[in-house]
Ligand binder design. Structure first.
Ligand code: A3D
Length: 320
């Protein structure tokens, strides 16, 4: 059987970490693409030299040419620029929208059968734009955010309750940003809802509220500490879990930015929802029951996503 091919578009902090994880897990051969000359080639060479020590045979190549991603089974996109001081959100949108155009066309022309995972921010708008520019089916293009946001939520909950992270099943819905909706009613520790654990006196409502707030600002907390960039270890680990679910037809239910067609009263946008990932990509969006408060919070979050999409459509005539 042919080895799988994993294309990583963007060879920055997340791209390099993705390559290392994919190689260690022998997920397939890896192509690191970037417009910066030398960076993908240098990282590929450095990572290849981990092989004899770690014992992996994955071939890792760096390139500046889209033709090298031909036939990729999975593409993970981190290409783009982060927001710099003095730059508005619209400025960033405009720049990364152009990047999504180049990347989407590169995927369309070279690996139209791939499963594509977008990580570039602003996530919910960029995954939508990437799908538009690539022309791939909606079920084959997805955004990574919910796995990371849920992992952050789960980490803080494990610390709060003094339990293993393995027993925490945390649930986050909505757009990736300050308006995301950590849903405590679906968040459990070994099947026990955290709200029940609070009622048992294992924590307090105030502490839980603080954890929800910290989860929403989880990315910003790391940016403030690093000062020169954003999180990359956990974002890369999250996208790898999604890629493995696709390659292994695992039918995992993972929170992802998936395309909604009527679910949650939403239509025609990408937003964080629980979805089944298997060999057909996003095989199903799961619609859960929400309380009135959770519905209202989700609306605030999806309104923010829709607002960004309108800006995207205004910035690029092709998308209007
Ligand atoms: P960084 O280390 O800057 O890497 C980005 C790479 O993209 C750089 O190597 C650039 O050279 C490259 N690049 C720029 N334009 C292009 C292009 N047109 N084609 C190909 N490559 C290009 O960033 P990073 O790896 O830390 O983060 C990547 C993205 O992920 C950013 O947009 C972050 O905001 C985003 N991010 C998202 C999450 C989510 O949870 C959604 C978390 C963390 C970071």
């Amino acid at each position: 059987m042919a080895r799988k091919k994993i294309a990583l578009v963007g060879a920055g902090m997340i791209g390099g970490t993705l390559a290392h994880l994919a190689a260690k897990k022998e997920m397939g051969d890896i192509v690191l693409f970037d417009i910066a000359e030398g960076i993908p080639q240098g990282k590929a060479l450095d990572l290849s030299q981990c092989g004899p020590i770690e014992g992996f045979d994955a071939r890792i190549m760096g390139t500046n040419s889209y033709t090298d991603i031909a036939g990729a089974d999975v593409v993970i996109v981190t290409a783009g620029v982060p927001r710099k001081p003095g730059m508005s959100r619209d400025d960033l949108l405009g720049i990364n929208l152009k990047v999504m155009k180049a990347v989407g066309e590169g995927i369309r022309d070279n690996c139209p059968d791939a499963f594509v995972i977008c990580i570039t921010n602003p996530l919910d708008a960029m995954v939508w734009a990437l799908r538009e520019f690539s022309g791939l089916p909606h079920n084959k293009v997805v955004g990574m955010a919910g796995v990371l946001d849920s992992a952050r939520f789960a980490t803080f909950l494990a610390w709060e309750f003094g339990v293993s992270v393995k027993d925490v099943n945390a649930f986050v819905l909505g757009g990736h940003g300050d308006t995301m909706v950590p849903v405590t009613s679906y968040t459990t520790i070994s099947g026990i809802p955290v709200d029940d654990l609070v009622a048992m006196g294992k924590s307090s409502k105030a502490n839980l509220d603080e954890i929800v707030k910290r989860t929403r600002g989880g990315g910003g907390e790391i940016v403030a500490l690093l000062k020169t960039g954003s999180a990359y270890y956990a974002p890369a680990t999250s996208a790898i879990a999604m890629a493995e679910a696709y390659l292994g037809d695992q039918k995992r239910i993972l929170p992802c930015a998936a395309y909604v067609k009527g679910q949650y009263g939403l239509d025609g946008l990408y937003v964080g929802v629980p979805a089944v990932i298997g060999k057909d990509g996003i095989e199903e969006v799961i619609e859960i029951k929400l309380s009135d408060e959770e519905k209202a919070n989700l609306k605030v979050s999806t309104d923010a996503v829709e607002e960004l999409l309108e800006v995207c459509k205004g910035l690029d005539g092709d998308l209007a």
